[in-house]
Design a protein around this ligand. Structure first.
Ligand SMILES: [Cu+2]
Length: 592
């Protein structure tokens, strides 16, 4: 093992300096290069000029191992044990190595849009703000006054005025999303793997961290540490349009790459699937409220269902999105993006989504939904306790700008982060979907299956509405206690879809061919799968997401009066990406 003197005496080959991080010595240690990964080469030297560097770099893991030999005092303030033996949290990526995704853009544009400024700086562990720091209250975007709008405009203008090489700049902030979502980083310790913060339990905490630092940077740029960013309150009738301040073409909050049809006064469709609905405004609001209820209440009874599939270091990504990530998160992205752009830019594709200031307000509300969910049923709705989730970590720059490692366990309590959300009405909490009157007479599951295109063998390509009769693990009514102990869950497994396309399919229970008769907010609609396009690196042949969809059934089966049935008929209806989504299996399981 290297001694302290050996470490100090190690010959230095290059010195890398950034205005936002201390100069670090790149030694002759073996550089970490994941197969095929192209490193960002754009950075600035200490004087702010541009410098190319491609010399050997300090491997962060090597640094950690070596620092470990220096003892606790030497490492104080730096990273502490990144991974426990036997545990497998997704660790912070090596951000000195940022891969080039295949975005169909000129090579230079790729680097600028998908790689935050590279850094060899050693991150410091996150420490929460002092408890005496005033609480920042994030307001609903549609409810703010002119003073607030002027302030946010000032902050955003200042952020956009910073050079792209500055990690606090809007360009650098926007690229964070691309880097963590489009395969630019690998999972530490697993060469060739892609780090993906969507479609799993990392979705909510990653975006919370992202917004948290984004907000702190905005505040510091206008000298107001109490500044709180707005949330797009799309779950309440008053907020179901693009907020006015984001659609003023003269504002730095404006983005021309949006779907022009969806500018105000168009109401958002939280269940958007690429086709314009024919609802009246009233029907649209009602539909949205029922969608919210379904996703936040019916489909989110337990932490493991709400947060999404477990994703540990070494796992394939896309272990399965939670209900909120599917809907309304996905449809809102696609509803905002410009369908006339090559890849639905900006909001309609993960690589470019962060370039629209509206992205941060959209995710502000997703972040709020995490807090709201915990308040709906404090006994059952708790954060996950799995150490691999709690110890997963990400790297962000703070406002100083200093590189910070933040773990999921650091961000469970927004009070601890010193922010809250404006209290606003939530009419969806009582908008329980209703059984479609016609559906009551659909008949027995067997009769329904007889009238539908049946799938007898899996896998299938979902090119049209397809029904399958699925046996339940229980066929008698269970008590309330039994039901709260075990949730009956419909698992659509082996879903495969090309990453480049927008895909959506709906899942109905006991509706058969008559799914078209199920109105907005119909109880027969169990839920939906949504994939927002996100291209990955060109050097990987595999361009498909492989994932699964889990839909809680307890409440739906109660309402459909199907708790005593031995089986149910599940109908899958493609909405977007028809014929391009493969389904591997459909089954029902009981889970804790
Ligand atoms: Cu998003």
């Amino acid at each position: 093992m290297a001694s302290l003197s050996q470490l100090i005496a190690r010959p230095t080959t290059t010195v890398q300096c950034y205005p936002w991080s201390p100069c670090s010595n790149s030694s002759s240690l073996k550089p970490r290069r994941a197969a095929g990964r192209v490193r960002c080469t754009l950075s600035t030297d200490a004087t702010g000029g541009r410098a190319e560097h491609d010399g050997p770099r300090l491997d962060r893991r090597d640094v950690l191992l070596r620092l470990g030999t220096l003892g606790a005092s030497a490492t104080a303030g730096l990273l502490s044990s990144p991974r426990l033996a036997g545990a497998a949290p997704v660790a912070t990526p090596d951000i000195s190595s940022c891969g080039k995704p295949d975005l169909g853009l000129p090579p230079n544009a790729n680097l600028l849009t998908c790689c935050p400024p590279p850094s060899n700086a050693l991150p410091v562990d996150f420490s929460p703000p002092d408890a005496s720091t005033p609480l920042r209250t994030r307001p609903a975007a549609h409810s703010v006054g002119a003073d607030y709008v002027a302030k946010l405009n000032r902050a955003m203008a200042a952020m956009k005025a910073l050079p792209a090489e500055d990690p606090r700049s809007f360009a650098a902030q926007a690229s964070i999303h691309c880097a963590y979502c489009n395969g630019s980083y690998g999972v530490e310790g697993f060469p060739g793997s892609d780090l993906q913060v969507h479609n799993s339990w990392l979705f909510l905490p990653f975006h919370r961290c992202y917004l948290y630092f984004f907000e702190r940077i905005l505040g510091s740029l206008i000298g107001d540490p109490s500044f709180a960013m707005p949330f797009w309150n799309w779950d309440a009738p008053g907020g179901m349009r693009m907020p006015a301040m984001y659609v003023d073409p003269k504002s730095p909050l404006f983005d021309p790459r949006r779907d022009a049809r969806h500018a105000p006064p168009e109401l958002i469709n939280l269940d958007y699937n690429g086709r314009e609905p024919t609802f009246t405004d009233r029907q649209q609001v009602d539909h949205n409220l029922r969608v919210m209820y379904r996703q936040m209440v019916s489909l989110s009874p337990t932490p493991s269902l709400f947060f999404g599939g477990a994703y540990r270091a070494g796992d394939e990504p896309d272990q399965g999105p939670g209900p909120m990530e599917n809907i309304p998160h996905g449809p809102v992205h696609i509803w905002c993006g410009d369908p006339n752009q090559p890849a639905g830019e900006d909001m309609g594709n993960f690589y470019s989504a962060g370039r629209d200031p509206l992205f941060y307000a959209h995710h502000g509300n997703i972040d709020r939904m995490w807090s709201v969910w915990k308040g709906l049923d404090p006994r059952r709705h708790r954060d996950l306790t799995d150490p691999d989730w709690l110890d997963s970590s990400f790297l962000f720059y703070d406002e100083t700008p200093k590189l910070v490692r933040i773990r999921v366990r650091d961000v469970l309590d927004t009070d601890r982060l010193r922010y809250r959300f404006q209290d606003v009405p939530m009419p969806w909490t009582t908008a329980r979907p209703t059984v479609t009157p016609r559906a009551r007479s659909f008949g027995t599951p067997t009769a329904v299956a007889a009238s539908a295109k049946k799938a007898t063998k899996f896998p299938i390509m979902l090119d049209s509405a397809t029904s399958v009769t699925v046996r339940r693990p229980v066929s008698s009514k269970r008590s309330k206690l039994e039901k709260s102990a075990k949730e009956e869950v419909l698992v659509i497994g082996g879903i495969e879809v090309d990453m480049d396309i927008a895909a959506k399919f709906d899942v109905f229970v006991n509706a058969g061919d008559d799914h078209a008769a199920v109105g907005s907010g119909g109880r027969e609609l169990a839920g939906s799968f949504v994939s927002v396009p996100h291209r990955h690196r060109h050097d990987k042949k595999e361009k498909k997401i492989k994932t699964k969809l889990r839909l809680a059934l307890n409440e739906q089966l109660e309402d459909l009066d199907a708790e005593g049935d031995e089986s149910v008929v599940v109908t899958l209806v493609p909405r977007q990406g028809k014929g391009k989504v493969k389904i591997g299996s459909v089954k029902i399981e009981l889970i804790d």
